[in-house]
Write a protein that binds this ligand. Structure first.
Ligand code: OGA
Ligand code: MN
Length: 270
């Protein structure tokens, strides 16, 4: 195997050492995909991929999702570069991408181009392990619950003051109901929670708030979390269907720019 793999935490994350040329080879990429499903997050330190190399890797890992018509989406909070910058402040809270859809993106590739001097480190929590290690009585209690997910709720929790235009954009994402416990095609189960989890269907609001908070606290306790401290050129790939993530707040005008490519979802929440 032309690459080496080192675990980052027991339950989440591996660092992969590989010559970039192999990231264009289908055989190696197939192995990397298997590793991604197993470990949730893969870190490639100082890989310095060009956009073309990142796109090539994305296309070998799955089906590239053309966000806003482009395979490379620039993550920045600078309003001059991104009209939806305000919305990205929601990423400061624990979340899964795409809970406003039936089929969330499968995975994300993120290259750190320009970093922030303060904050801006990214954290990932393994939502498969978090479910698996719940006490059996909790599993029995939550297995059949459903949760309403709402972009508006996540924005208000993120403390974002919407402009009329922002509000219109967020409202274009309608609330969606998903099972709290996702049984994947593989048979594995994960928790579907985050700042977008508004409330549990049919449950008293204060009980629902407490349960959502308890489960998110449980899933994001240190043993399930890998925190990535960025070095320029790092590439991270995460399995969006099996991890929850967030980025530490950073100054909006600090110039932080990440190049993101997302892969189409391969199965609906179920
Ligand atoms: C994302 C995201 C985190 C970061 O791209 O979906 O949450 O560190 N990014 O920018
Ligand atoms: Mn995100």
């Amino acid at each position: 195997m032309p690459f080496e793999v080192y675990p980052l935490k027991e339950r989440i994350g591996s660092r992969v050492e590989i010559d970039s040329k192999y990231l264009g080879h289908p055989e190696e990429v197939a192995e990397i995909r298997g590793l991604l499903l197993e470990r949730g997050v893969l870190v490639f330190k100082e890989q310095h991929l060009s956009d073309e190399q990142q796109l090539g890797l994305a296309r070998l890992l799955g089906t590239l999702r053309e966000e806003l018509g482009k395979g490379i989406y620039k993550i920045t909070l600078d309003k001059k570069s991104n009209a939806h910058a305000e919305y990205l402040k929601g990423s400061f809270l624990w979340h899964i991408d795409g809970t406003h859809d039936d089929i969330p993106p499968f995975a994300t590739l993120l290259t750190g181009l320009t970093l922030s001097e303060t904050g801006g480190q990214t954290e990932f929590a393994n939502s498969y392990a978090a479910y698996e290690e719940l006490p059996q009585e909790t599993k029995d209690r939550i297995d059949n619950l459903q949760v309403v997910h709402s972009v508006e709720v996540s924005m208000s929790r993120a403390g974002i003051e919407p402009t009329a235009e922002n509000l219109e954009y967020w409202k274009s994402f309608k609330p969606k109901t998903h099972n709290l416990v996702w049984t994947h095609k593989s048979g594995r189960k994960s928790l579907v929670i985050g700042c977008h989890a508004s409330h549990i269907v049919g449950m008293d609001r204060s009980k629902s708030d407490a349960l959502i908070k308890d489960l998110l606290d449980w899933a994001t306790q240190p043993k399930f979390v890998y925190r990535h401290e960025w070095t320029p050129g790092d590439l991270i790939i995460w399995d969006n269907t099996g991890v929850i993530h967030r980025v530490e707040p950073y100054p909006l005008d600090c110039g932080r720019i990440m190049h993101r490519s997302t892969l189409m979802g391969e199965e609906p929440f179920a």
